[in-house]
Design a protein around this ligand. Sequence first.
Ligand SMILES: [Cu+2]
Length: 84
Amino acid sequence: MHQTTYSVPGMSCEHCRHAITSELAHVAGIDTIGVDLATKHVTITGAGFDSGAVIAAIDEAGYEVAGTISQGAGAHGDATGMVR
Ligand SMILES: [Cu+2]
């Protein structure tokens, strides 16, 4: 099981959440998609998703991935300096 959190500063509302989750639904290997509008983080878990495909899907939805916040099992908070 992999977990990766991406920073997507352009997200702001439920429309953004819906647009991103519906694009990510087409990416293979994803189990769960977590969109946190407060922190602007998208957290993906799954057994074998391709990070490039995730970033491409978010881009397809109309949002830019500013960076990868964390990778692996346990998330830790080093994402205080968000780019906007
Ligand atoms: Cu929105």
